[in-house]
Write a protein that binds this ligand. Sequence first.
Ligand SMILES: O=P(O)(O)OC[C@H]1O[C@H](OP(=O)(O)OP(=O)(O)O)[C@H](O)[C@@H]1O
Ligand SMILES: Nc1ncnc2[nH]cnc12
Length: 177
Amino acid sequence: MPHDDLTPLIEAHVRDIPDHPRPGVVFKDITPLLAAPEAFSAVVEGLTAGHGPGTVDAVVGLEARGFILGAPVALRLGAGFVPIRKAGKLPARTLGESYDLEYGSATVEMHADAIAPGSRVLIVDDVLATGGTGRAAVRLVQRAGGTVVGFSVLMELAFLSGRDKLSDVKLHALTTV
Ligand SMILES: O=P(O)(O)OC[C@H]1O[C@H](OP(=O)(O)OP(=O)(O)O)[C@H](O)[C@@H]1O
Ligand SMILES: Nc1ncnc2[nH]cnc12
């Protein structure tokens, strides 16, 4: 399926913040993109990855920046939105997965009843780095009985090889650095 190349637009609206949140990490700050409605809208459309309205049952967004991008994608697809949150934040019964990050480790959780068995699920996040968060999200959806029909990210940091952890899913990165 053809997509516009959003690389120039993303390069113009995502800024590098050296040494955040710790020395040696170049943080990709998407806040300028969120503040530019035309760019934000184009990115939301890109993150649908060619899925049309009614073809996806749920969009899963990963806390926190995956919420901002995933929720409008869900509305565009006429799908429900399901948050995956850092441990301890969701109020009802949860499923949890632990993983390593570029700059630390974390546990994420999803409500155990958030995905109906057999659901077609699109996962959305801003950055794919080591792939730890993404792998955890795929596991949570699969443990709930959902089928991951795609994994969309705004930006893939290829040097961290996160793609290798997601070789069994259809990964769609709007740009790769
Ligand atoms: O591929 P990985 O190495 O797992 O890293 C990618 C994840 O790291 C960032 O989230 P972070 O945990 O920093 O949370 P935030 O969005 O709340 O800042 C980013 O938004 C992805 O979710
Ligand atoms: N370098 C980075 N910038 C923004 N988000 C990230 N998540 C993991 N690594 C990141």
